[in-house]
Write a protein that binds this ligand. Structure first.
Ligand code: SAH
Length: 378
């Protein structure tokens, strides 16, 4: 904590002078009774205190939040100043000094997601800070599963159709915060989508496509035939909708978009058997390791996916394989992908390794989760 880590685990607390309620300010002293840090109390969380202040004491409240939000906005200025991109993560938890909070801007609407009930009593001050900096038309509150909190509108008017339109690199997308994953869209893949747009071949398979972010980026980049593969019917319907929304763009209009519903492993096996080949394969699965002890199993899954992807990838084709498991390191992932490719007799030639985009800064190791390898297979 002295080095600035913003989590105080319940297991490392020696003594509490009185029980607090969720969101009460908690002041932490060391063994010699010197001030260490201050944060928000979470009576049931394994992370018992979400630390917001270290070094010297300072009040937790509107002023601190305003300063932190202003810093976060400054960091993202290059993105916020680009009119072709209006989907931007404004707060990325600990990395922006807001342990347990993320906030994503979709056009003129903000979606805030909290991962600790400690933030509930602090919402008015947080909303005020966000409003002062960004003047959004609405702020929708979402909460992680362990926080007993239904989606709630904390500012302005959230659209009745629960859809937030935004653009990225000039492409039109829709986020569905209430029905969708995360806050409604995977903003974290923005740079990888752009990279795919530059590198894509004509026939593309997008595995774990969700709402087709990579599919659309490939289409805009010149792909002529794109297959979105996912187990979720709703996600595939939204992927089709994303193509419709961009049909005014000649490159997108010229692309045939197919949706394939099913289990990724089985469907890729089926495609391989039927001799279907693609020039580009994107594999961006959900997290396979929620806990450290699942990391080895997750690596095996990534390896299986690499093997399957190579079976449907044409010679000279491009593989984009990503992982969002924070428990699996980039080094281990890339090693495994290369190993599997070598074993398959198709040693990969790396094009790029990517990590976090500007609006998902990494200030503590636990916040690093995203990595991707772009490589060509002989
Ligand atoms: N690549 C996406 C994000 C992927 S999220 C993007 O850039 O937006 C993970 C997706 O995997 C979800 O849409 C989920 O429905 C899908 N999924 C999870 N398990 C699956 C499986 N076994 N087979 C196919 N799809 C699966």
């Amino acid at each position: 904590m002295r080095a600035g880590h913003p989590w105080l685990f319940a297991s490392s607390i020696r003594e509490v002078n009185r029980e607090g309620r969720a969101g009460d300010p908690a002041v932490i002293f060391d063994r010699k009774n010197r001030f260490l840090a201050a944060g928000l109390w979470d009576p049931e969380g394994p992370i018992r205190v979400r630390i917001l202040v270290t070094g010297k004491p300072a009040p937790i409240g509107a002023e601190l939040f305003r300063r932190l939000v202003a810093d976060a906005v400054t960091l993202r200025r290059p993105l916020l100043d680009d009119p072709a991109t209006t989907g931007v993560r404004i707060l990325y938890g600990e990395s922006d000094g807001f342990s347990g909070v993320v906030a994503d801007l979709y056009g003129e609407h903000l979606v805030v997601k909290i991962y600790s009930p400690a933030w509930i009593p602090r919402l008015p001050e947080l909303a005020e800070a966000l409003e002062a900096e960004l003047a959004p038309r609405s702020i929708l509150l979402l909460a992680a599963r362990r926080v007993a909190q239904e989606p709630a509108v904390v500012l302005g008017e959230f659209p009745a159709d629960e859809t937030l339109p935004f653009v990225e690199a000039g492409l039109h997308y829709e986020a569905h915060p209430i029905q969708g994953h995360k806050t409604g869209f995977y903003l974290d893949q923005r740079d990888n989508r752009a990279r795919l747009g530059q590198l894509t071949g004509p026939r593309v398979l997008n595995v774990f496509s969700y709402t087709g972010g990579f599919s659309l980026a490939a289409a805009a980049g010149g792909a002529t035939e794109v297959t979105s593969l996912d187990v979720s019917e709703a996600a595939l319907a939204q992927a089709d909708r994303h193509f419709e929304l961009n049909a005014h763009l000649p490159a997108v209009a010229a692309t045939r978009h197919h949706t394939l519903r099913g289990d990724a492993f089985e469907a890729m096996e089926g495609l391989a058997r039927s001799g279907t080949r693609f020039d580009t394969v994107v594999v961006d699965p959900p997290s396979f390791a929620k806990e450290a002890r699942q990391a080895a199993g997750a690596l095996d899954q990534y390896g299986r996916l690499t093997r399957l992807a190579l079976r449907v990838l044409a010679p000279g084709g491009l593989l984009l394989q990503a992982s969002c498991s924070s428990r699996v390191s980039a080094e281990d992932l890339f090693l495994r992908i290369h190993q599997v490719a070598r074993d398959a007799g198709r040693p990969l030639e790396e094009v790029d390794r990517t990590g976090h985009p500007l609006d998902h800064p990494v200030r503590i190791p636990e916040n690093a989760y995203l990595k991707a390898l772009l490589a060509r297979a002989p």
